[in-house]
Design a protein around this ligand. Structure first.
Ligand SMILES: [Zn+2]
Length: 322
């Protein structure tokens, strides 16, 4: 955190960016150079939408209170990235099972509580856009950003533009079926990539295979090379990922695939076997380069802030509440 000349002389253009995840939320006050001026985190209340909205407001109040008083007038507004199905035009959280929002006008509620304009965005899209513009995807016009955590989602960027799809649901890579007889996915399909290769899917596969509980995929990763069951589960997951990425590459022909989310912390232990299997299997698709996220856990807040700035710049003001 810095408290530099920009933040105290009142000329800086600051945005409060919030990334709401299924278990935790992070807030930062960012300037145009994406420098952090204050930050705070909080747990996400689960399954109670009203409590979640209150927690977002409280977190923003907390991060604003960490700013020097002289810098507060420079805060232009709030960029808010949330999970689930999001209507960014109306500012409504359509559906988020974990958080408990259902047709909730989150933008208007946060705006009313704080008296600052709010721009709502989808969390994975925000992170993917940030990675493409400011992170590992800089300078690449056709890429995929694949985020692997409790689920798997992708952001598709073609010709320097994010492909949203008609219903805004492009990029659901986690629900591409790669094993038709595979395990049941939370969505109701069988053999989705997410059921096999998400962090939670890997942990579940290991427990199913061994009867041993693990706290997450990091535990399985830590056992590679000295636990044959962990090696097998990891092999199955990377094989499924290679098939899912092959499907995406055959359709979209990206030059680069950037991996983010918690599982990407495994680095080359994840990327190398996926890339090797992709190379072995690809006959039609050209094999893209792989990279790890450069922005890491900050991708969501950086993307939320950039999206809010873009919105205000295109509409000419940050005072509009429409
Ligand atoms: Zn599914």
């Amino acid at each position: 955190m810095t408290d530099d000349q920009h933040s105290t002389d009142g000329h800086a253009d600051l945005v409060v960016a919030v990334d709401v995840g299924g278990t935790g939320m992070a807030a930062e006050v960012l300037d145009q150079e994406r420098t952090t001026h204050a930050s705070a985190t909080a747990a996400t209340p689960r399954g109670d939408g009203a409590a979640a909205t209150r927690a977002v407001v409280a977190l923003i109040e907390k991060v604003l209170s960490a700013l020097p008083a002289s810098a507060r007038p420079a805060v232009r507004g709030i960029g808010l990235a949330i999970p689930g199905l999001v209507d960014t035009v109306r500012g409504v959280a359509l559906y988020s099972a974990n958080v408990g929002w259902h047709n909730t006008p989150v933008r208007d509620r946060v705006q009313a509580a704080l008296g600052l304009p709010v721009v709502l965005h989808h969390d994975v899209t925000a992170a993917g856009e940030a990675e493409a513009r400011f992170g590992a995807g800089r300078g690449v016009s056709d890429l995929l950003v694949v985020v692997i955590g409790t689920g798997i989602a992708a952001v598709v960027i073609g010709g320097n533009r994010v492909v949203h799809g008609g219903a805004g649901q492009a990029g659901e890579l986690g629900h591409v079926v790669v094993r038709p007889d595979g395990p049941l996915c939370g969505c109701g399909q069988r053999g989705c990539l997410e059921a096999l290769a998400s962090a939670s899917g890997i942990a579940r596969s290991y427990t199913t295979a061994t009867g041993r509980a693990v706290t997450g995929a990091a535990d399985v990763w830590a056992r590679l090379g000295r636990d044959a069951a962990a090696d097998r589960v990891w092999q199955d997951a990377t094989s499924a990922l290679a098939d899912g990425v092959l499907t995406a590459c055959t359709l979209l022909a990206p030059d680069l695939v950037v991996f983010g989310g918690g599982l990407a912390e495994a680095g080359q232990d994840l990327l190398a076997p996926v890339h090797q299997q992709l190379t072995e299997r690809a006959r039609v698709a050209s094999v893209p380069s792989f990279a790890r996220t450069e922005l890491g856990r900050r991708a969501g807040v950086i993307g939320a802030a950039a999206n809010a700035r873009d919105h205000w710049n295109s509409t000419g003001a940050s005072t509009s509440t429409t």
